[in-house]
Every structure is written in structure tokens, then in C-alpha cells.
Design a protein around this ligand. Structure first.
Ligand SMILES: [Cu+2]
Length: 65
């Protein structure tokens, strides 16, 4: 699933986001595009849990497509 995260502005943000999701699913995989502000996540977690984790880390993701 792919998330648009407008407030992800640098690699530090990207790390915070991936760490937040990894804490819930250590097997999660990420494809991060900081310039496009998109994070693709491969995980068995429900979408809502992933969004919650990102929001708890201080970001505001929206599901793409
Ligand atoms: Cu940043």
C-alpha cells in the first residue's frame, strides 16, 4: 500500500516513519521517495494501524489510489 505523506521532508522524517511502522511489524518493507513524499509499505498490518503509527510519529499520511 502506498501513502502520500506531505510533511515528510527529509531522510530523518523517512526514518521516523519507517521506525514507527517497524515497531509494529518488524518484517515490514519500505520503498521511500522523499522528494515525491511517498512511502510504499509492504506489511500484513491493517492500513489503519499503519496510518495510526505514522500519525503517532507526528506525520499526516493519506492512502494513495
Ligand atoms: Cu525531516
Amino acid at each position: 500500500m502506498e501513502f502520500s505523506i506531505p510533511d515528510m521532508s527529509c531522510g530523518g522524517c523517512a526514518n521516523a516513519i519507517t521506525r514507527a511502522v517497524t515497531s509494529l511489524d518488524p518484517a515490514a518493507k519500505f520503498d521511500v521517495d522523499v522528494l515525491a513524499k511517498i512511502v510504499a509499505v509492504t506489511s500484513t498490518l491493517p492500513t489503519a494501524r499503519i496510518i495510526e503509527a505514522m500519525e503517532a510519529a507526528g506525520f499526516h499520511p493519506s492512502l494513495k489510489g
